[in-house]
Design a protein around this ligand. Structure first.
Ligand SMILES: [Fe+2]
Ligand SMILES: [Fe+2]
Length: 363
């Protein structure tokens, strides 16, 4: 079983029988001769991650540090509510959500550059040769950033979500205010239109140590990985919602393209979840060196990072996101002649967030 790979191997594409284009834009990945989707940079990446996971299993260790129980089971608006909005021609909420997803995906390449180039063997007592940890800076982070935000001529998830939005909603008008109040801060180096909310999450902005006496740059890496893993896992909830609603011909102009493209993105995201889980699980069964010459269990650092990631993205923050979304939907429906009736129908289809007292402008 091969467990050591070069950068070139981890970045290598499969042989595609066909590529996917949309409106003249080349999308990453491709199709096999039977039309099945092949993720980008997956000639060796999938086998490599599986080999590292198998190593953990064979040693009796868990391969994952965060389970599906970390993902909230609610989504607002729910599928029926979203369908109602689209059938009635109120596309603003959906256009905003899809734009926001695309914008955050577009942070990928700049975000990955925030990860300091470290030799992890400086901070970990046991050998790491032939592990996922040892390959984070040998293609895994770079491939991840490229998947999210594209590479060269190839478009990544940001443009794929915009393509889904424009195909399913028939090129909706994109208002400048869709790019404001983002819940996640753009990374340094980002030059697009997105503006964070005052309380937006940022990896580099949080300087409180997760644990005492561990190198801050190493902690930043682990904190960033746990945060991205939590975001990736929560995105699966959004995928099933979006694929169901936008794959419905009653409320989508191009249900086939929308559902298929969301399926491709989802397939790519499974790779991100798998390698992040694996690297964090490897660290959790190792020993970390502390700056005072002592050591601590890696599990302590991983658990602190995972707990912070979970709590920062669920609970109050998610409630505020949904409340902001509901206030936008109410504003949009108020512009329709029969807006009161539409809102009553919408409210009858499922729970709605509490927006009293009025929520400050936040996503
Ligand atoms: Fe993505
Ligand atoms: Fe991802």
């Amino acid at each position: 079983m091969q467990t050591t790979y070069t950068h070139e191997e981890l970045m290598a594409d499969r042989d595609f029988a066909a590529r996917v284009h949309h409106n003249g834009r080349l999308l990453h990945g491709g199709l096999d001769p039977d039309g099945n989707y092949l993720p980008p940079r997956s000639l060796h990446r999938l086998d490599a991650i599986e080999a590292w996971r198998e190593q953990l299993r064979a040693a009796g260790h868990s391969t994952d540090v965060l389970g599906p129980e970390a993902i909230p089971d609610t989504y607002f608006p729910n599928e029926d509510q979203a369908r109602l909005l689209l059938r009635k021609g109120a596309r603003g909420a959906m256009a905003r959500i899809l734009t926001l997803i695309g914008v955050v995906e577009g942070f990928g390449n700049d975000g990955i550059k925030l990860m300091p180039l470290l030799d992890f063997s400086d901070f970990i007592v046991e050998p790491i040769a032939g592990t996922c940890l040892a390959h984070l800076h040998v293609g895994l982070f770079e491939a991840h950033g490229n998947d999210e935000a594209g590479r060269g001529e190839e478009s990544g998830h940001d443009q794929m979500w915009y393509a889904v939005r424009d195909a399913a909603l028939d090129r909706p008008e994109i208002l400048p205010d869709y790019f404001t109040n983002l819940p996640i801060a753009p990374p340094p180096g980002y030059t697009g239109p997105a503006q964070p909310s005052p309380e937006a999450m940022s990896v580099s902005g949080n300087t409180t140590p997760l644990v005492d006496n561990v190198d801050p740059m190493f902690q930043l890496t682990i904190r960033g990985m746990a945060m991205i893993l939590q975001i990736e896992l929560m995105a699966f909830r959004t995928f099933s919602w979006a694929a169901s609603v936008l794959g419905d011909s009653a409320c989508s102009v191009d249900p086939h393209f929308a559902a298929e493209t969301i399926g491709h993105i989802r397939r790519d995201e499974e790779i991100h979840v798998a390698y992040l889980q694996t690297a964090l699980a490897e660290l959790a069964v190792r020993t970390v060196r502390t700056s005072d010459g002592s050591t601590m269990p890696g599990a302590q650092l991983v658990e602190a990072a995972v707990a912070e990631a979970k709590s920062s993205q669920t609970g109050d923050r998610l409630a505020r996101t949904f409340a902001f979304r509901y206030s936008q939907i109410r504003d949009e429906l108020a512009r329709f002649d029969d807006g009161d009736e539409m809102l009553a129908d919408f409210d009858a289809l499922g729970p709605t967030p509490n927006i009293e007292p009025p929520t400050p402008a936040r996503l």
